[in-house]
Design a protein around this ligand. Structure first.
Ligand code: XMP
Length: 509
């Protein structure tokens, strides 16, 4: 399979670059700049992309790389910091400009460059830099300029080394997609063999080979990743797979039943559902601190899960829905700064398996979804919004009780139903109801009521690191509010959360 290396120098768009390459049907993997030259040589890359980075190439502490990487004969594309790094490695000059060039900028490129084949001479690109190349290295020619940047692009076509000061991976760069496509197909000579159908076929056959006649156990949460992993494993080994689904009673309304029905009716596997709402609620009695709640739910979850696994005397392999972003080592800072592998669970010492299987560890989330759709997993699961591990536990403020869970599930289901019915959910990244521990006075008929408040939360975001509150039309909010106060017992008031992140977080706890 063709492979492109994205060599990570700490830029914020490193994953985006890899995803854009894969959008072009070419497999890309990310390595930190601390990866050795021997390792890079041994992996047979068709091309290498140097990412951006927050530094200046002249800082001693800046990430650099052995200059020999440019002599391997593998095509290279430098982006932003990566562009300056190439200049620095080959003896060009990099200077600090008095003002940064930031945002959408007009660029003029040489159409004769293979990197800019088929794109207009003038277009808009996304820039974010202060340092710039004041003199290109010997053997390089300038192939792009902007009003403030004398070298917005340069190349040494003979050696197949290309560099752009701007960010082609960001959608604000008008022809960024075409530029990356040109690098992959015109310069690296890729033919595009990264296709999801092939991925399924190859993965299923390698899973069969690895598992043989042994068993596999997978913890199924009902989230996208574990569901797709279950789908793949089921296709590979059918009944040799056992999925353990711990339903702590803190999922959305009817969600546990939906997960069970989906996997028992659509897939060949052993499905074990452990219903344990009572145990969870008794452990959560009197607990009101958000962090303590998370701890109790997490500890109880794994205690139930591992106890279930202990019952299996023939365990075979342990499978997990780990995806690629969980595995990438970041190029930021020191080599030992590694992204937390939050999807990888710690195993108790007394539980032994033949080995671990992570069938999705090469895929980004959107690729996981594409595989899920091809496997016939229902859209509700494949396109499921993020749902916190502790479930509704972090959406009920204060002590969690069975009554509060029921109220929240009912209110949330109405919110969801209306958003789906009107199609408005397509505009939202995440939306849900929250039950603050607040009662307010209301009036129903001629009677005074003193009942719960429901808060509605809906956000739009690309990445969940920041988020905007969603401007849902008033009529729609009114409909949801009317239905909740009419249909959900013990709710007499509904409010809408108009806080973005920051300063709020998406979840209330
Ligand atoms: P916050 O509340 O931190 O949430 O702005 C950002 C995104 O993360 C989700 N979230 C979680 N996901 N386990 C998860 O798997 C958790 O404990 C958890 N807490 C928050 C949240 O729903 C949002 O999408």
């Amino acid at each position: 399979m063709e492979k492109i290396l994205v060599l990570d120098f700490g830029g914020q768009y490193n994953q985006l670059i890899a995803r854009r390459v894969r959008d072009n049907r070419v497999y890309a993997e990310i390595l930190p700049y601390t990866a050795s030259l021997d390792e890079i040589k041994s992996r047979g890359y068709k091309g290498i992309i140097f990412t951006g980075g927050p530094n200046s190439v002249y800082d001693e502490s800046s990430p650099h790389y052995a200059k020999e990487i440019l002599d391997l004969g593998i095509p290279v594309l430098g982006i932003c910091y990566g562009c300056q790094l190439i200049s620095w490695m080959r003896g060009g000059e990099v200077k600090t400009a008095p003002v940064s060039e930031y945002g959408k900028i007009d660029v003029t490129v040489k159409k004769s460059s293979p990197l800019f084949k088929g794109i207009p001479e003038k277009s808009v690109v996304w820039m974010s830099h202060t340092d710039y190349i004041s003199k290109v290295p010997e053997g390089f020619e300038i192939t792009g300029t902007t009003g403030d940047c004398p070298c917005a692009a340069m190349e040494n076509a003979g050696e197949r080394i290309y560099a752009v000061q701007f960010h082609p991976e960001v959608t604000h760069s008008q022809f960024g997609k075409e530029i990356l496509h040109n690098f992959l197909y015109e310069i690296c000579g890729c033919c595009g063999d990264w296709v999801m159908d092939d991925f399924i076929e190859k993965t299923v056959s390698s899973l069969r080979k690895k598992i043989g006649s042994k068993k596999v156990i997978l913890g199924l949460s009902g989230g996208v990743d574990s569901s797709v992993a279950a789908g793949l494993l089921s296709r590979a080994v059918g009944k040799q797979l056992t999925c353990v689904f711990v339903d702590q009673g803190l999922m959305r309304k009817d969600e546990g039943d939906f997960v069970e029905k989906t996997f028992t009716s659509l897939f060949d596997m052993n499905f074990v559902r452990v219903n344990c709402q009572q145990e969870f609620l008794s452990k959560l009695k009197g607990v009101t601190d958000p962090e303590q709640k998370r701890r109790v739910i997490g500890t109880e979850f794994y205690s139930v899960f591992w106890n279930e696994i202990r019952k299996e005397n023939d365990r075979g392999f342990f499978a997990q829905g780990t995806i690629y972003p969980d595995c990438i080592e970041s190029g930021k800072g020191d080599a030992d700064v590694i992204k937390t592998h939050h999807n990888r669970v710690k195993m108790p010492g007394d539980i032994k398996f033949e080995g671990i299987i992570e069938p999705l560890s090469e895929l980004f989330k959107d690729e996981v979804r594409a595989v899920g759709e091809k496997l016939g997993i229902p859209k509700e699961l494949v396109w499921r919004q993020p749902f916190p591990g502790p479930g509704l536990g972090v959406r009920i403020i204060g002590e969690i009780t069975a009554e509060k869970v029921k109220i929240l599930q009912d209110a949330d289901a109405i919110f969801r139903e209306e958003m789906v019915k009107t199609g408005y959910e397509k505009n939202l990244s995440q939306f849900f109801a929250v039950l603050p521990d607040v009662k307010t006075v209301g009036v129903m008929g001629d009677h005074r009521t003193y009942d719960h408040l429901i808060a509605l939360r809906a956000v739009t975001t690309d990445n969940f690191m920041t988020a905007d509150w969603a401007h849902i039309p008033y009529d729609l909010l009114a409909k949801v509010s009317n239905r909740i106060t009419n249909e959900v017992e013990h709710v007499n008031r509904v409010v809408y959360d108009i806080t973005s992140k920051p300063p709020g977080t998406v979840e209330w706890e």
